[in-house]
Design a binder for this molecule. Structure first.
Ligand code: NAG
Ligand code: NAG
Ligand code: NAG
Length: 390
């Protein structure tokens, strides 16, 4: 339970009882017990015996003020962020030379600024996916409720649920999420990107012809039906096709791709979708929907909307990928993230000439709130931004 909820639990009965006390003049505060146990994070002043309701109300106001004055923001991130290592982390990592992979670094830095962070969260769904309690009770995109049967069928065919022996066997994994931003153009970061153990690309962002700037290695490409590469010849070899579902229909599409069925029922897609994915089922994975849920509701603070997709509560795929990396990589870097609205004539994507000014007000995403979250990660050095766009 969130500490603010706990607080409400404590405060509501107190107010009610306080009112009874006030109106009856009989009930004494000590009748209803001991000082309530208060969450250590908040510094609630507990009314002592004999306080009047007016004093109680003052306390409530004070409490609210103290929550606002907490060292954590509404999302639970430390308000004062800096890139410095704590003494404990400095001891652990301080002696490693520059460029050496630091085991557990991203999670340790994340926990330092966001104590609620719980690292374990598998990258992909496997045959035991139903044990994942946090996602089993939400509909897509925040969980897999109602889709269990189709997921079972798909996972029976894919047979693989990890990154493959080579990568899974690494003691320390350095990951980079390559965004599609025009900010990547002409920076010659290709070889630096290829140096990472895991290179994550998104949707249809091409590699061929852009190697100098974006690299040539692709460990996985995360996508959804409307974002997937449509021309079969444009799929690179040796990369995993990682599927991220945003609506129930998306799972149906994936089943048709996995089993090479003729695509039927495309009315529910918001643009044309790939009709054929030239990948073996064993090269396909389903991304754990927990990363969408956690990014939306915990990290960014988008509207819960009863756990359903609604206006402005879907994180972008890039932020979903970063969230996945925080749980599964030892070090996390990004490149090609961030839109600079002050340069409307700069290209939006590195691979096409569409200008920044073409970006529309999005119904599904909340770019500005999302950027606030990513800024915290960069500021605290949880992630490294190679293109400085965040
Ligand atoms: C790092 O180096 C310092 C000084 O040489 C030493 O005291 C400390 O134990 C080392 N830390 C680790 C984790 O090896
Ligand atoms: C990158 O360089 C090419 C060739 O010099 C140029 O045509 C293009 O406009 C540049 N792109 C950006 C985003 O600066
Ligand atoms: C994004 O979040 C801000 C702050 O909560 C809100 O004012 C704005 O309307 C949201 N935008 C969208 C597109 O939902």
């Amino acid at each position: 339970m969130k500490s603010s909820h706990k607080l409400l639990f404590v405060l509501c009965p107190m107010l009610v009882l306080g009112f009874i006390y006030y109106s009856s003049g009989k009930l004494h505060l000590h009748v209803w017990g001991q000082k309530p146990q208060i969450d250590s994070e908040s510094t609630l002043i507990v009314p002592t015996k004999g306080q009047s309701t007016t004093e109680l109300e003052v306390d409530v106001a004070l409490t609210v003020g103290q929550i606002v004055g907490s060292v954590y923001d509404k999302q639970g991130f430390l308000l004062k962020l800096d890139g410095k290592l704590s003494a404990e982390l400095a001891y652990k990592y301080g002696n490693l030379s520059e460029g050496v992979c630091k085991p557990g670094y991203a999670a340790a830095k994340m926990t330092a600024i966001y104590p609620k962070f719980m690292k374990p969260a598998p990258m992909f769904l496997d045959r035991n996916f139903k044990r994942l309690a946090k996602v089993s009770s939400y509909l897509p995109p925040f969980g897999f409720k109602t889709q269990e049967t189709i997921i079972d069928i798909i996972l029976t065919a894919t047979k693989n649920y990890g990154l493959g022996q080579d990568v899974d066997g690494l003691i320390c994994k350095r990951c980079i999420i390559v965004g599609n931003g025009g900010i990547l153009a002409n920076k010659s970061l290709g070889s630096r990107i290829d140096d990472y153990d895991i290179v994550v690309r998104l949707n249809e962002a091409p590699v061929t012809g852009f190697g100098k700037d974006v690299g040539t290695k692709t460990t996985m490409r995360i996508t959804y039906p409307e974002g997937a590469i449509q021309k079969p010849e444009r799929y690179e070899k040796d990369s995993l096709f990682v599927f991220s579902a945003f609506k129930p229909l998306d799972f149906k599409w994936l089943r048709q791709m996995v089993f090479r069925e003729k695509l039927r029922g495309t009315e529910g897609f918001w643009k044309s979708v790939a009709r054929y994915v030239p990948k073996e089922p064993t090269e396909m994975r389903i991304l754990n929907p927990y990363f969408i849920q956690e990014a939306a509701f915990q990290f960014i603070g988008l509207p819960l909307n009863n756990g359903l997709m609604g206006k402005g509560n879907i994180p972008t795929l890039g932020t979903v990928a970063i969230t996945m990396a925080l749980h599964n990589c030892d070090e996390v870097a990004v490149a090609g993230f961030g839109y600079d609205m002050n340069t409307p004539h700069a290209p939006l994507h590195y691979y096409e000439t569409v200008k920044m000014s073409a970006i529309k007000e999005s119904w599904t995403h909340n770019i500005s709130k999302e950027k606030e979250f990513l800024r915290k990660l960069v500021k605290a050095n949880v992630i490294t931004d190679l293109t400085n766009g965040i």
